[in-house]
Ligand binder design. Structure first.
Ligand code: COA
Ligand code: AMP
Length: 629
């Protein structure tokens, strides 16, 4: 039996012992005696009697153990030319002071703080400062527009919002303060204060509600870590569901810290003093887990990179960063590698750099297509590890566990489930399907530590979204199959969620925006395959009767308005660039729009049209628009 099999079976035969042992890697204020509270399924709670502080575990603990001078956070920003290194001591001290700022502004244990920040070290400082106080942060990705921020502010009801004067997108300076002001204006909930980090690229006008980051830090005294229950929330991270209202995924403290710490050595093979470079954004779960918390919990060095894989200024930046900081494991989304491949197919930019420290490339966030897998493997000559997970799970579900043993790779599959995950594929009746047959990918409950215990203030939605389709199982929302060797193949979402350049977006949310246009009677947004971004959204609108679509220039004007509307209301990151005006949308007899059938035609994978279609001629008439003929 290989090491993987052995460790996996230990996690099954005595689950509680397995995770209590893993929890032993942390400093507990009160060590847990019990691993799992399973008294109220499906609301499972890990380490119910444990108490700890996650920030203490990420910072103070390492300083006390003699790692104070080691690099904790390296900031590298080709878009501004800035670089800095925070040692563990410096990071602890800055976090303690910023926690003092938040405390003085009235933030206490359990209070929420919304963080709307670009990729600067202060974003991590703000997150860790919340953790230090036992406050709950909710980071909102900088690419979301004011309305999305407002929805999150209303749901999380933060005491304070932390933001910056601007972010940098390639060569563009994006001012954040006007977006924040607009969001606070729109939201019914008003935070007491906004703390604003002034960046030299654009200075924000500060108003009555605003506090300047630097002056507040100069006036504050450091705050000590506050122990919290293991089951207390560390953060809420909103993610796209099927409607325009995002889901507030709750993350607990002790379970998450345990799972992340375990994953650093066993999955990513990065230990204390070694370097992990995760090219993502702190606004996504990948950034929460593998830019901020996991590397710091493990006493490793994390690289926070403010730039893109290409164009900032060239396709050599990942390799420069990897060689400059001796990166051992690198993690990004496949789309970043497709962008590199497009820009630099021969990989010439990698040649001048010493990449001898780089041992693994991890990719997640969307399906890793075999072509990109091959290109990256040949370019780097190291294991390229596809792994599958979600905002909801907080850490990988299926991955080649590099720190345990490397399993043989089958391109197109992230390999096999990690310890703690009982992954099955079910048919519509909840029966397991034979190997090789597609179905709904589910996780048998209870899930291991780290996975979401519920949705913020919404147990009902937690139950209806994830727990009610198949009793005793968590519905991942992904479809796919297991093969005879237990390898999982994730083929795509089974709901209205799409993945655009590794960014998770809701087509339902975009439809709500299109439908708000006064000329639109009904609409559909579908995600279609895209060479670079994996998927891109395409919109189809039916006009209200009486609208004069034949008027000169009307259609192109309407399309431009709709594209702009989604950009303004969801954000540029939605990447909706293509909207077609059509006569009708294909529906089932019960009135449900047949988005999947539309997608099949758009992607050229002709599959039988569902027999429930009300009028097949509508779909036929739509063919040229779908195929762009
Ligand atoms: N703030 C403001 N705007 C943002 C933003 C942010 N934080 N992030 C993205 N945007 C904007 C982009 O500037 C772009 O605007 P445009 O339409 O005016 O050009 C738009 O949102 C779409 O962004 P994106 O889909 O990222 O496309 P891109 O062309 O800028 O870059 C890649 C394409 C592949 C290079 C880029 O998506 C990438 O590096 N992805 C890496 C994967 C990743 O980070 N995934 C996250 C989860 S692991
Ligand atoms: P997010 O919650 O933003 O991390 O997005 C999670 C979704 O991204 C999953 O439900 C999948 O649809 C997709 N995804 C993530 N990783 C992979 C992967 N390795 N292979 C296929 N799909 C993936």
């Amino acid at each position: 039996m290989g090491d993987y099999e052995e460790i996996f079976s230990a996690s099954v035969s005595d689950r509680e012992r397995f995770w209590l042992d893993a929890a032993g890697a942390l400093d507990w204020h009160r060590a847990p005696a019990k691993a799992l509270d399973d008294s109220r399924p499906p609301f499972y709670r890990w380490f119910p009697d444990g108490e700890l502080n996650v920030c203490h575990n990420a910072l103070d603990r390492h300083v006390e153990a003699g790692r104070g001078d080691q690099a904790a956070l390296v900031y590298d920003s080709p878009v501004t030319g800035a670089k800095s290194v925070h040692s563990y001591r410096r990071l602890r001290d800055e976090v303690a002071v910023f926690a003092g700022v938040l405390r003085d502004l009235g933030v206490g244990t359990g209070d929420r703080v919304v963080i709307y920040m670009p990729m600067v070290p202060e974003a991590a400082v703000a997150m860790l400062a919340c953790a230090r106080l036992g406050a709950v942060h909710s980071v909102v990705f900088g690419g979301f527009a004011a309305r999305e921020l407002a929805v999150r502010i209303d749901d999380a009801a933060p005491t304070v919002v932390v933001s910056a004067s601007c972010g940098i997108e390639g060569s563009r300076v994006i001012e954040y303060k006007p977006l924040l002001d607009a969001a606070v204006g729109m939201a019914s909930h008003k935070p007491l204060k906004n703390v604003i980090l002034q960046r030299p690229q654009a200075r924000a006008e500060l108003g009555e509600r605003d506090v300047d980051w630097a002056s507040a830090c100069a006036a504050a005294s450091p705050a000590a870590p506050v122990p919290v229950q293991s089951t207390d929330p560390l953060y809420v991270l909103y993610t796209s569901g099927t409607t325009g209202k995002p889901k507030g995924v709750v993350r607990d403290s002790g379970g998450y810290a345990t799972a992340l710490t375990w994953s650093m050595s066993n999955v990513y093979d990065v230990g204390p003093g070694q370097t992990l470079f995760t090219a993502s954004d702190v606004g996504w779960v990948v950034g929460h887990s593998y830019i901020v918390y996991a590397p710091l919990l493990a006493g490793a060095t994390s690289v926070l990179y403010e730039g893109k894989p290409v164009g900032t200024p060239d396709a050599g930046q990942f390799w420069r960063v990897a060689s400059e900081y001796g990166v051992r494991s690198m993690f990004t989304a496949p789309t970043a590698f497709r962008a590199l491949k497009k820009e630099d197919p021969e990989g010439t930019h990698a040649r001048g750099y010493d990449l001898s420290a780089l041992k693994y490339l991890f990719l997640a966030g969307e399906r890793l297509d075999p072509e990109t897998y091959r290109w990256a493997s040949e370019l780097l000559g190291i294991p390229v590890i596809d792994h599958w997970w979600q905002t909801e799970t907080g850490w990988p579900i299926v991955a080649n566990p590099a720190g345990i043993e490397l399993l043989p790779v089958k391109p197109g599959s992230p390999t096999r489930p990690l310890p703690g995950w009982d992954i099955q594929v079910l048919d519509g009746d909840g029966k397991p399907v034979p190997p090789g047959t597609n179905g709904a990918i589910v996780a048998k409950l209870p899930m291991p530590p780290g996975a979401l215990p519920t949705l913020w203030n919404d147990d009902e939605r937690f139950l209806s979204s994830y727990m009610s389709a198949f009793e005793g199982y968590y519905l991942t929302g992904d479809g796919g199959y297991l093969d005879e060797d237990g390898y999982l193949y994730v083929m795509g979402r089974t709901d209205d969620v799409i993945n655009v350049a590794g960014h998770r977006l809701s087509t339902g949310g975009m439809e709500e925006v299109l439908a708000s246009h006064p000329d639109v009677a009904e609409c559909a947004v579908i995600g279609v395959a895209d060479q670079l971004k994996g998927q891109v959204p395409r919109g189809f609108v039916v006009l209200k009767s009486g609208v004069d679509a034949a008027a000169d220039g009307y259609t192109s004007r309407l399309r431009a308005e709709l594209v702009q509307l989604v950009r303004d209301q969801v954000g540029a990151v939605a990447s909706l660039k293509d909207v077609a005006v059509v006569a009708a949308l294909p529906k089932t007899r019960s009135g449900k729009i047949l988005r999947k059938a539309m997608r099949n035609i758009a992607e050229g994978t002709e599959e039988p049209v569902p027999s429930t279609i009300e009028d097949a001629s509508v779909l036929d008439a739509l063919r040229p628009a779908l195929r762009k003929e």
